[in-house]
Design a protein around this ligand. Structure first.
Ligand code: SAH
Length: 369
C-alpha cells in the first residue's frame, strides 16, 4: 500500500472488466473470487494466519483450545458407541495446529486415533502443505478434499473453527420503498470497485425483515452458502451418525447489520480494496445455521459463548496442569493465552460454539442447559 490508496490487484482489474461487461456482481460472488479464486484468491496467495500473517486464531494462541476439543471429541465418539471406523473431518484447517492438538490430546484413548480417518477440507494448496508437514509426526494419515461431497459417507465428527465466516454472504439494503440487493459495481468517480444497489426488489422467499422492522439504510445479510453447507453436513449426521462442532464469531440471533469485514496485517481494511490481498469475512448468523440444521432433521445445540464452553470443558484445570513444572515465564504465557481465548473482553464472548448432531444422540458436553 502506498500512502492511503490501496494498490490495485490483478483480481481487481479482472473484476472491473467483468463488471464493465456484465454489470454489478453480488457480494457473495465478490467474496468467492477474493478468497478462493484458483490463482488470485487470498487463500491461494498468502500465508494468512499467525503472527506473521494477517490474523490469528484460537488454536494459534493457545494449545489448550485444541486439547479440550480433542477430549470433547473422544467423549463424543464414546457416546456414539466408539465406532471402529469414522471420519474425523476438519473444515478449513488453516496451518493444521488445531488437528495436531486434537490428536495429541486424543492419545488418551488410543482406539480413537485408530478408528479415525482424518479428512481435511482445504482450498489452499499452500495451507495443505503446512497441514501435511504439521501432521506428519502423528499417526494420522490425513486425506484432503476439495469438496465436502468428495468425502465418503461414514459416522462423522466434524470440527470447523473460523471456517463458516469465510463462506460468502449476500447483503440487502433498506431503501424507502423496500429492499434492494447491495452489489459490487464501479465507483463513478474513481472507476474502481464500489457498492451499488440492484434495481429490482429481491424475491419474497428471501424472507427479509418487514418495512416496520427496519429503517432506511439498514443492511440485512443472508448466507445461502452457509445454509446449503449446513444441510449437506446434517444429511451425513442423520444418515451416518455424528456431530459437527462449529466455532466462529457471530450473533446468536438473526438481525440487521453490516458485518462484512476485511483484515490485513492484523488491521481492518476496506472490504473492496485490493481483493485477494486481505482476508474477507462476515459474522456467522447462528440462528440461520440452527434453522437449516433443524429443517434438515438434525438437532442443534447452543450456541454458547466460547468462554463458557471452554470453562465447562475444564479450561482452568487443564491450564493449571500444563503450568506445573514450567518456568514462571512459560506459566504466564500459558495463562495469558488461555485468558485471551476465554475471557469476555477478548475472544470469549464474541466467539460462539454450536453443535449440529444426529437427532438420537445424547446432548454433547458443554451444551447442557
Ligand atoms: N481453522 C483454522 C483456520 C481458519 S482460516 C484456525 O482456526 O486456525 C480459514 C480456513 O478455511 C483456511 O484454512 C482456508 O484456506 C479455509 N477455507 C476458506 N474457504 C474455504 C472453502 N470454501 N473451502 C475449503 N476451505 C476453505
Amino acid at each position: 500500500m502506498s500512502g492511503d490508496i490501496p494498490e490495485t490487484t490483478p483480481l481487481e482489474e479482472r473484476l472491473i472488466d467483468l463488471i464493465k461487461l456484465k454489470g454489478p456482481i453480488t457480494i457473495a460472488d465478490y467474496m468467492t473470487d477474493a478468497l478462493t479464486h484458483p490463482h488470485e484468491g487470498y487463500y491461494m496467495q498468502s500465508s494468512p494466519i499467525g503472527a506473521d500473517g494477517d490474523f490469528t486464531t484460537a488454536p494459534e494462541i493457545s494449545q489448550v483450545f485444541g486439547e479440550l476439543i480433542g477430549l470433547w471429541l473422544v467423549e463424543a465418539w464414546q457416546a456414539m458407541g466408539s465406532p471402529a471406523a469414522f471420519n474425523l473431518i476438519e473444515l478449513g484447517p488453516g496451518r493444521g495446529v488445531l488437528m495436531a492438538d486434537i490428536l495429541r490430546a486424543a492419545r488418551l484413548r488410543p482406539g480413537f486415533a485408530k478408528a479415525a480417518q482424518v479428512w481435511l477440507l482445504e482450498t489452499s494448496g499452500r495451507l495443505r502443505l503446512e497441514q501435511q508437514k504439521r501432521l506428519k509426526p502423528t499417526e494420522a494419515k490425513p486425506l484432503w478434499a476439495d469438496d465436502y461431497a468428495d468425502i465418503p459417507p461414514a459416522p462423522s465428527l466434524i470440527v470447523a473453527n473460523e471456517f463458516f465466516d469465510c463462506l460468502p454472504i449476500r447483503q440487502f439494503e433498506r431503501i424507502k420503498s423496500g429492499w434492494r440487493e447491495r452489489l459490487v459495481g464501479l465507483d463513478e468517480k474513481t472507476g474502481r470497485l464500489g457498492f451499488t444497489l440492484g434495481k429490482t426488489p429481491p424475491p419474497p422467499d428471501y424472507d427479509l425483515p418487514s418495512v416496520e422492522e427496519s429503517k432506511e439504510g439498514d443492511i440485512f445479510e443472508i448466507s445461502f452458502e452457509t445454509r446449503k453447507f449446513a444441510a449437506e453436513i446434517c444429511k451425513t449426521l442423520i444418515e451416518q451418525g455424528g456431530h459437527a462442532l462449529i466455532i466462529d464469531y457471530g450473533h446468536m440471533e438473526r438481525g440487521l447489520g453490516d458485518t462484512l469485514q476485511a483484515v490485513r496485517n492484523h488491521k481492518y481494511w476496506p472490504p473492496l480494496a485490493s481483493p485477494g490481498r486481505a482476508d474477507l469475512t462476515a459474522h456467522v448468523d447462528f440462528e440461520s445455521l440452527a434453522d437449516a440444521a433443524i429443517d434438515a432433521g438434525a438437532a442443534a445445540h447452543g450456541p454458547v459463548t466460547q468462554g463458557r464452553f471452554l470453562d465447562r470443558l475444564g479450561l482452568a484445570l487443564r491450564v493449571e496442569a500444563l503450568c506445573k513444572g514450567q518456568t514462571p515465564e512459560n506459566a504466564d504465557a500459558i495463562r495469558s493465552g488461555a485468558a485471551r481465548i476465554a475471557s469476555p473482553g477478548a475472544m470469549g464472548e464474541i466467539f460462539k460454539v454450536m453443535c449440529l448432531s444426529a437427532p438420537n444422540l445424547p446432548v454433547p458436553a458443554g451444551f447442557e442447559s
